[in-house]
Each structure stands twice: as C-alpha cells, then as structure tokens.
Design a protein around this ligand. Structure first.
Ligand code: ADP
Ligand code: MG
Length: 594
C-alpha cells in the first residue's frame, strides 16, 4: 500500500490531504492517480459509490492543469446539482493551497448570469450538470474549446437520467486531443457505448467486481402482504432506534404520501421528489444532513444526488422498476468505510426480483422476519436504558433535587427505574403488545434458514459501538463457542447490544460459556430473550435465565386478546402517542443520534 506522496502528488496537494485527514489512498485512488499523472490517456474506472472517486480524478486534474493560466482546462460533468456542488467543494478543499485556482459550479435552478460571471473571472475547472452546461454553451457563456481533461462522473446515472444527447452535444464542443476520464459504479451497455464512441483506447480500472455492490452493505428482504407495507416500514424503523435512512418509493405520489404518513405518525421524515421546488428540496436535504430528518423518503431520480456518508439503512419500500437501479439505491449506505443495511419490503409476487438482483449484485440476500411487537419493545427499552446510562448529568438539576427527592421518598430504586422507563416504554408497549405478525410465510422461496421452532434467541451486551456488524459478531460467537458455520443465526446488531439465535439444543452451552465471560476487559453478558428474532413471538415459560423478570408485563404480553386490537387500532403509531400524550411536540426534539 502506498502513500499519497508515493502516488506522485505535489506538496501543495499533500498538505491539503493532511488537512483533510486522509491517511491512505483508497483503491481507486491508488490505481487512478499515478496513471493519470503520468500518461495522457483516456480512462474508464468502475468503482462503487463512496470509494473516493472525486479525489481519484480531482488530484490528478489539479496537478496537471496550469493554474497560472485562466483558460478553462478541465470540465467535469455530473448528474445532479447536489453532486455538482459537492464535487466543486471537494475540489476547492483539495486545491486550497493551489494559489489562483478557480473552480466554478454550473447547474440549473440558480442564476445563469451569476454563473457566467464566475466563469468570466477565469475558471480553470468547471463542474457542471449537462442541461445547464449545454444551455451556457449555446449562449456563448463558456468556452470549452481548449479543455484538456473531461470527466464524466457517475456516467451510468447521467445516462439513466437521459443525458445521453446533452453529453454528446457538449463533448462535440471540446478538442479531440483531450483526455476523457469516465467514472461509473456500473457498466451497462449505454456506458460501454459512450466509452467506445468518445474515448480512445481507454485504460480500464475496476475496483471490486463489475457491477458488484458495495461490500460494506448487507442485503435483507422482508416478505409481507402488500397491504402491510406501511406497517412493516414503521416496524423496521422502530426496531432500529438510531436509524438514519433513505426510504425509496417508486412514484412521486407514493413518496409524498409515505412521508406525510410518517410525519403524521410522529417520525422525523421528509419527502424528496421532482415535484418539489429547488428551494424545498434544498431545505429537505439540509434537514437530512443535519439529522433533523431520520427518514428521507425519496424517488430514485431525486435521490441521485444524495451523498451523505453515514446513512445506516436504505429501505426499499417498493422495488424499483428497473432492477439495475437497486445498486444505486443500496450504494447510498455503506459509504466511506462504514457498514450499512439495504432492506427490501416485498410482496410474494416480487420475490423473483430478489433473485434477479442477487445475480446482478453477486451477493445474496438474507430473508428476515419483520420484527415482532415484543422485539421492538425490547429494543426500544434497551436503547433507552443505554442512552440513559451514557447521559452526562446536567448539574443544573441539583437545585431541584431536594423537592424531587421529597416526591420520591417512598419509591425504591427499582420502582423509580420502572417509572422512568414507563414514560417512554409504555407508548411502544401499548401500541405493540397485540400487534400481529406481519411476516408472510414463504416455504417455497425461503432464502433464509428454515425455522425449526426449537430455537433460542439471546441478548448480548455488545453492538455496533463495540465495532461489530452482524457478520463479525457471528464470527466472534462461532469462534468463542466453537460452533459450526450455521449454528449462530438471525444475528441482529444494534448500537450497543445485539440479538442472535442458536438451536435450543446448545442453549446450555451458550449460557454456561457466557457466565462471567470477560472480553477485552469487560463482561460480556448473554441472556435469553423473549422474542424470537422477528415475526412469531414465543411465550413458552421457564427456559434458562430470563431477562424479563417483570411477571406482570410478561403475563400481559402473552394474553393477546381482542380487547387490545381495538386499542392498537386507535393509536396509529407508538410515536403519535408521544405527541398526543403531551410529552411535547413543542418540546425540543429528543436528539436521536449522537
Ligand atoms: P464516490 O465519488 O466514489 O462516491 P467520494 O469521492 O464522494 O466517493 O468520497 C466519499 C467520501 O470519502 C468523501 O467524504 C471523501 O471526502 C472521503 N474520502 C475520499 N478519499 C478518502 C481517503 N483516501 N481517505 C479517507 N476518506 C476519503
Ligand atoms: Mg462521486
């Protein structure tokens, strides 16, 4: 592995890289930078979203151009305004020590004369969306007749969006002897044809397999009745309290509708689609970036520009019409070395599509059950407990302590804890205690493990915060317990705790092993949990140690009768209860992510 310096970058750029905190070049950077610095060749690079493509073409371009000249020498075309602005900002950061550098962004929805003015000042590099670029060429506002480098960024997305003609037109105004660098996540035939028609003997770089989806992303699907789609979506959100996600719908109408429903039900959601004004879209994106929105409901086209690094989940509320689009969707998560989950909610009639997607992404999906109501309650409760445990004490409270103490003078610590938790927990519990099982059984198509019914589900007090994802936790468990490949399953990693299943036959072994087990200096605690890992709840009693020692709540949770159905219908969501109960829509929003 080489360093940025070894790739041949000059000191100005190295200094900027140090400021940015990039330590080692990514694979696409390792492959592209030295080539582009030393050879005047065309290049086709296939690499997933989040692999650092901007720097892969940005650094060589900055080093190769003549900054003393005011002539436009580099042109970067990108599919959306958001990406265009992002690339421009990145290039400015990369070139912060290149004195006299002027990078200008050109995109629709903003003043064309202002952009023309910026270009007139002498822009060595222009970053543009195809539509506006073409417009400016036809109005003689830009001169790209002397460019030496052209970049087609996210070429597959540009072609998907119908920019083929615009690109052809723009490139016809550029000199023949320039170098063209094409970057793309996938290589559909339209991209191959661009490469053939506009490029001369390009060098090819592939990072990972062609068309392979990002390895940091795991893929899951949930089989439900079509009419339960929305309920399923809410459960997936509730089962992941720290979710920060993009929810994909097929149409603008559905996008708007689902976002509105979520907001009504008390979720922090927003819609992003083409019927919104640019201003509205900017506002939504701003709230999303600031994490004021946890669930961004979007159409494929509108989501193209989303380039936010720490999206935890992509939820396919509906599958895209063209299954190739799935790669773009799932590529929104698992960026910049982080792990991510791409979830698909499917009806039985669409399961075939899952198989086709598996062929395209060359990875398999895990079939999972929609979390049961009780599992969600448990997750919410433990997440709350962890948050409370990690909360820094605000000593402004000290002044009121005496009166509070007076109020609770006869309350035991246990009781107090229960009361505190009930404030938040009852909302979920009341909503979910009689919630039905949403998972549709699918014996023929089952991609996951067949449920024998004799499984045990465990809780373990390590999670994402300890650096685990479901794969590494599974490996860890298999290793310490000396188990075989499929002995640990349904591993579900949350922020600071996780769940997993084994066959009931090895339950004792697991519990015995984790009695007083210490790892990296801390106790790793494993206990049997009530829920079974999505879907069907199990209420058999008397198995091993139990976490839920509240007899009353257990009895209530098991007598799921008609009475409660009415109640769950009345409150449309556990979240909406919060608002109704007056715990405060006017209150500052509980910060859900750290
Ligand atoms: P892509 O265009 O392939 O989707 P980006 O160029 O947008 O990816 O990069 C994704 C993120 O990774 C950005 O936040 C970028 O600043 C960061 N990044 C790029 N290269 C490196 C590196 N070598 N080390 C650390 N972070 C990097
Ligand atoms: Mg990019």
């Amino acid at each position: 592995m080489s360093t940025f310096k070894e790739l041949g970058l000059n000191q100005d750029l190295i200094n900027a890289i140090n400021d940015l905190g990039f330590e080692t070049p990514s694979e696409v950077q390792q492959k592209a930078i030295p080539t582009l610095l030393s050879e005047d060749r065309d290049l086709v690079a296939l690499a997933q979203t989040g692999t650092g493509k901007t720097a892969a073409f940005g650094f060589p371009m900055l080093q190769n151009i003549n900054i003393k000249s005011r002539t436009t020498q580099g042109l970067i075309l990108s599919p959306t305004r958001e990406l265009c602005l992002q690339i421009t900002n990145e290039l400015k950061l990369y070139g912060k020590y290149c004195k006299g550098l002027n990078v200008v962004a050109i995109y629709g929805g903003a003043s064309i004369t202002e952009q023309a003015k910026q270009v007139k000042k002498g822009a060595q590099i222009i970053v543009a969306t195809p539509g506006r670029m073409k417009d400016m060429i036809s109005r003689n506002m830009v001169d790209i007749s002397k460019i030496e480098y052209s970049v087609l960024d996210e070429a597959d997305e540009m072609l998907n969006m119908g920019f083929h003609e615009d690109i052809t037109d723009i490139l016809s105004h550029t000199p023949h002897d320039k170098s063209t660098w094409l970057f793309s996540a996938t290589m559909p035939k339209e991209v191959a044809s661009i490469a053939r028609n506009f490029m001369y003997d390009p060098i090819e770089i592939t990072v990972g397999n062609r068309n392979e989806s990002t390895s940091q992303v795991s893929h899951e699907y949930y089989l439900v009745n079509g009419r339960d789609r929305y309920l399923a979506l809410k459960r997936l959100a509730d089962a992941n309290p720290d979710i920060f996600s993009v929810v994909f719908c097929r149409t603008k109408r559905d996008t708007q509708k689902i976002a509105e429903k979520l907001i009504e039900d008390g979720y922090s959601a927003g819609a992003l689609h083409g019927d919104l004004s640019q201003n509205q879209r900017d506002l939504v994106m701003k709230s999303f970036r600031n994490k004021q929105i946890q669930m961004l409901v979007a159409t494929d086209v509108a989501a193209r520009g989303i380039d936010v690094d720490d999206i935890t989940h992509v939820i396919n509320y509906q599958l895209p019409d063209e299954i190739e689009t799935y790669t773009h969707r799932s590529g929104r998560t698992g960026r910049a070395g982080k792990t991510g989950v791409s979830m698909v909610i499917v009806a039985k009639s669409e399961v075939r599509k899952i198989k086709s997607i598996e062929r395209i992404i060359k990875k398999s999906f895990e079939k999972k059950d929609i979390p049961s109501g009780m599992e969600i309650c448990e997750v919410q409760l433990m997440s709350l407990a962890n948050k409370m445990h990690n909360t820094e004490i605000n000593h402004e409270i000290d002044a009121f302590l005496e009166s509070i103490n007076e109020l609770f003078v006869d309350t035991s610590k246990n009781e107090l804890i229960k009361k505190f938790f009930s404030v938040e927990f009852s909302r979920f519990y009341d909503y979910y205690k009689n919630a039905k099982d949403l998972t549709v059984s699918d014996t023929k198509e089952s991609g996951g493990r067949e449920s024998s019914g004799d499984e045990t589900r465990y809780f373990i007090n390590v999670g994402r915060k300890d650096g685990y994802d479901w794969m590494s936790l599974k490996d860890f468990l298999k290793e310490v317990l000396e188990l075989g490949r499929d002995d640990v399953f349904k591993v579900d990693v949350k922020d600071s705790f996780s769940f997993f299943n084994t066959d009931k036959s090895i339950e004792k072994k697991v519990l015995d092993f984790f009695t007083d087990f210490k790892y990296n200096g801390r106790f790793v605690n494993v206990e049997i949990t009530e829920n079974k890992g999505g879907g069907r709840r199990r209420d058999k009693g008397g198995r091993g140690r139990r976490r839920n020692d509240d007899k009353r709540s257990r009895r209530r949770s098991s007598d799921s009768g008609k009475r409660g159905d009415r109640r769950s219908r009345r409150s449309s969501s556990p979240k909406s209860d919060r608002r109704r109960s007056g715990s405060g829509s006017d209150r500052p929003r509980r910060s859900r992510r750290k």
